[in-house]
Design a protein around this ligand. Structure first.
Ligand code: HEC
Length: 160
């Protein structure tokens, strides 16, 4: 029985993944994120903890240097483009990321003001990362949260 149950878990896990998800690209993107973003951006912290840290504790608890990967993931998907067509949405979010990483400017912020106000504008990574690498990071960030129950806050109003 256990084997059967496990098999069905596995199948439902597979089906939860959208067609556009590419495991290899995701893993590559994660490596690039670790090499080129994670000195400032932590990968993922629970949304409730983040919410408390930024909105109630003035970032004194976590002392983060930048919004986390899962915050960016959530905001990218909810603020940029239109999510109806995922293939197109992936391109739209990648275009935004390429533009932001090369020419950061808080006027283009996607995160809540209550989060971004804790930071100086991100330094440009122009010349330190290629466009292709940023697009690969986008694939990782896009799927970091919100699929396979990775992030139960996805589509929830109170998350950022
Ligand atoms: C030297 C530190 C540093 C590095 C390295 C860095 N960032 Fe940032 N990033 C920041 C800071 C600080 C902010 C918050 C201020 C801002 O929005 O510009 C930020 C903000 C952002 C935002 C916009 C968030 C918003 O709503 O304003 C995105 C998107 C982003 N970073 C992506 C990346 C990616 C992708 C990488 C790696 C390729 C990266 N960053 C590398 C410091 C960094």
């Amino acid at each position: 029985m256990k084997v059967v149950a496990l098999f069905f878990c596995f199948i439902s896990y597979l089906f939860a993944l959208p067609d556009e998800f590419d495991r290899k690209l995701y893993n590559e993107g994660e490596k690039i994120f670790e090499a080129k973003c994670s000195s400032c951006h932590q990968k993922s912290i629970q949304m409730q903890t983040l919410l408390k840290n930024f909105l109630e504790e003035d970032n004194r608890t976590l002392k983060l240097l930048a919004p986390t990967g899962n915050q960016i993931s959530f905001r990218l998907k909810s603020q940029i483009g239109s999510p109806d067509d995922r293939e197109f949405h992936l391109m739209e979010t990648a275009d935004f990321l390429v533009e932001y990483v090369n020419n950061p400017n808080k006027s283009k912020s996607i995160c809540l003001e209550g989060v971004v106000k804790h930071f100086d504008t991100m330094p440009s990574l122009k010349g330190k990362i290629t466009e292709e690498e940023i697009r690969t990071v986008n694939h990782f960030l896009y799927f970091l949260e919100g699929f396979n129950g990775v992030n139960k806050y996805y589509h929830k109003e109170d998350a950022f």
